[in-house]
Design a protein around this ligand. Structure first.
Ligand code: SF4
Length: 310
């Protein structure tokens, strides 16, 4: 772990693994979700944007190759050199037949200077056939799977329209790990009516599930989502910046040192963000988090308690 940063960052992980900067190219492969098309429910997870959390991804009407070159061009202004990771970001990227999935993943893997693929999905959309496919792709190019978990509080999960129980997440992580596939869990900090105990329970649940990495995502209320309608009526508590910084530091203290922290702020679209507005200044939030680590003289894993079986 990089001593200066006090937690195991994705930058450090990727630099160690690939000896280079990894530039993520988010793509929209044209899928949907079982909580949108009626297989489980309609409307999607209540916080999720119309573009299936892929607001920065390429245009879904274009091929993966076309999206790659377009995004690469845009990003070249910011990052002059590095290797690429294709991030299947929008919607559920294992929600199709295996032939369709294989074609998309292989197209991504064949692109110039691409050394990794990240597949964002749901644990209830990964069956044994898909595990075999992911394993096959992972034998040719580094692949990791990102699972939208959000919370271990089943009541909140139901309210979010997540559409699956916690044990589905656990058994999916287990199967992926049995096949040597890296797993990143997404959790949301600041969900309506959740307490600090709920948040730390989620962190502990995820930490002991066998995951390799985690994205800690501040709850964003985005326009045109069911959550925005609820917020309009209820005005539930939104974390202040200070509350968020404090809880993020606590979350990281409760994570074991080997888990890579892939995100510690929100990453929503500026044009869609209703609240919290303070999160728009990402640089300041990151600085405050780092400052708090120093002031508290603490670090990742300081409060981690290993539990056998979550
Ligand atoms: S959070 Fe994930 S599973 Fe839920 S609606 Fe959005 S993209 Fe689909």
């Amino acid at each position: 772990m990089n001593a200066k940063k006090r937690y195991y960052s994705a930058n450090e992980f990727f630099r160690n693994k690939f000896s280079d900067r990894i530039i993520k190219i988010p793509v929209d492969a044209g899928f949907t979700c079982p909580t949108r098309d009626g297989k489980i429910s309609y409307g999607g997870c209540i916080f999720c944007s119309e573009r299936g959390s892929g607001d920065f991804a390429g245009n879904r009407t274009k091929t993966i190759t076309e999206q790659f070159y377009e995004m690469k061009e845009k990003m070249s202004k910011k990052w002059k050199s590095g290797k690429y990771m294709i991030y299947f970001q929008a919607f559920t990227n294992t929600y199709a037949d295996t032939e369709t999935l294989r074609n998309k993943y292989e197209e991504a893997a064949s692109l110039e200077n691409v050394c990794a693929i990240s597949v964002a999905t749901r644990p209830d959309c990964i069956d044994d056939e898909i595990i075999s496919l992911l394993k096959e792709i992972n034998s040719k190019i580094y692949l990791c799977v990102e699972l939208g978990f959000q919370t271990s509080n089943e009541k909140t999960a139901e309210f979010l329209n997540r559409g699956y129980k916690n044990e589905v997440f656990l058994s999916c992580v287990k199967k992926l790990k049995e096949n040597n596939i890296d797993v990143i869990a997404h959790v949301i900090i600041g969900l309506p009516h959740e307490t600090e105990t709920d948040i730390l329970n989620t962190i502990s649940y995820a930490a002991n599930s066998g995951i390799d990495g985690i994205k800690l995502q501040l709850l964003h209320i985005l326009a045109n989502t069911p959550l925005a309608d609820i917020y309009e009526k209820e005005k539930f508590h939104i974390l202040t910046e200070k509350e968020y910084v404090d809880i993020i530091v606590k979350c990281i203290e409760h994570l074991p040192p080997h888990i890579v922290i892939h995100r510690i702020t929100g990453d929503g679209s500026r044009s869609l963000l209703i609240e919290p507005k303070w999160s728009l200044d990402k640089k300041r939030v990151l600085n405050d988090i780092n400052k708090t680590f120093v002031e508290k003289n603490t670090y990742q894993g300081a409060c981690y308690i290993e539990k056998k079986g979550v």
